[in-house]
Design a protein around this ligand. Structure first.
Ligand SMILES: NC(=O)c1ccc[n+]([C@@H]2O[C@H](COP(=O)([O-])OP(=O)(O)OC[C@H]3O[C@@H](n4cnc5c(N)ncnc54)[C@H](OP(=O)(O)O)[C@@H]3O)[C@@H](O)[C@H]2O)c1
Length: 289
């Protein structure tokens, strides 16, 4: 079973390439497959031999998407449709990563896979359009929604907090947005589990939409406090409301995913977000030395 991953340089792409696994994975970056040009995708994918395509690439700049809506739509929806059609033509499984931002976050209960979507920003709208295209054009798919991704490397909340704390003894962080921080290493392992299941039973495979995030619930304020506590730092974190940091894009205020379906279907055990954070900080300390 051969796997091709699009998005080699992103947080998730790097976590997938760091897996110790027997899965035969190849990786493509923007130089190989530029999703800004969906018309070239068939030609870009043609030279690769694969049974599973994992799309870990996306236009992920949530605020910039508000003013670059066309680019976000091309990358997150048009290119995704092309990949879905390509997989269907080839008979490959398409694993596409999506987001909690397809929901508006107005209900204070963890979202289930079949809850109606209603994104409130351009990024979420384009990711939702990508999901619709996958369902329409490639029945043999996994749409994996996740939330609040971070990793030991890359641009993310964890590394932003640690960088800011180098020069500031006190930080203000919003406490009125709730979600679940998710370490890319754990998401990568969940993807590996899904691929291994497909390897064993490709004809009897539970395709569809799934949610994966680490366990538990936190505000960004809670996440920041845990980062400094587990890093042994004395940085003071002050809770503030979102209006203190106006952003171009509105964010869901309650963005928690219900993960029962992926646990029941694939037997995936999920770490609590604090344990995942602790493990990620250990990895970060090891690799930054
Ligand atoms: N980050 C989060 O908090 C979060 C939350 C929920 C869901 N997700 C979803 O999870 C997935 C992985 O996110 P991530 O955080 O790992 O993303 P990321 O670190 O922002 O990386 C994005 C990846 O997409 C690639 N990419 C962007 N535009 C491209 C284009 N036009 N052509 C080819 N490649 C392109 C980037 O390549 P370059 O390096 O060349 O730019 C990079 O490899 C995405 O589907 C995202 O929507 C993310």
């Amino acid at each position: 079973m051969k796997v091709l991953v699009i998005g080699k340089t992103g947080q998730l792409g790097r976590a997938l390439s760091a897996l110790t696994t027997n899965v035969d994975m190849q990786f493509a970056d923007r130089g190989v497959a530029d999703l800004s040009f969906p018309e070239n995708i068939d030609d870009a994918l043609a030279p690769f031999e694969f049974d599973v395509l994992v799309n870990a690439a996306a236009y992920t700049a949530v605020d910039a998407a508000e003013t670059n809506a066309e680019t976000a739509r091309i990358v997150n929806a048009d290119a995704v449709e092309k990949m879905a059609r390509h997989c269907a033509d080839r008979g490959a499984l398409f694993i596409h990563i999506s987001t909690d931002y397809v929901f508006d976050g107005s209900r204070p209960v963890p979202a289930r896979e079949d809850d109606p979507t209603s994104p409130i920003g351009v990024y979420g709208i384009t990711k939702n359009a990508g999901e619709i295209a996958v369902r329409k054009h490639c029945p043999n798919h996994i749409i994996l929604r996740t939330s609040w991704l971070y990793a030991a490397h890359g641009r993310n909340f964890l590394n932003t907090m640690l960088r800011l704390a180098e020069t500031r003894p006190e930080l203000q962080v919003v406490f009125d947005q709730t979600g679940t921080p998710t370490c890319t290493a754990d998401l990568a392992k969940a993807i590996e589990t899904i691929i291994l299941k497909y390897t064993v039973s490709p004809t009897d495979f539970p395709a569809g939409t799934y949610h994966f995030a680490n366990e538990g619930v936190a505000s960004w304020y809670d996440f920041a406090c845990a980062i400094f506590e587990l890093s042994g730092m004395r940085t003071i974190v002050q809770p503030v409301e979102s209006y203190a940091f106006p952003t171009a894009a509105k964010r869901p205020s309650y963005s928690v995913l219900n993960k029962q379906k992926i646990k029941d279907t694939f037997g995936i055990e999920i770490k609590h977000w604090r344990h995942a954070l602790r493990d990620c900080l250990t990895e970060r300390n090891t690799t930054h030395e």
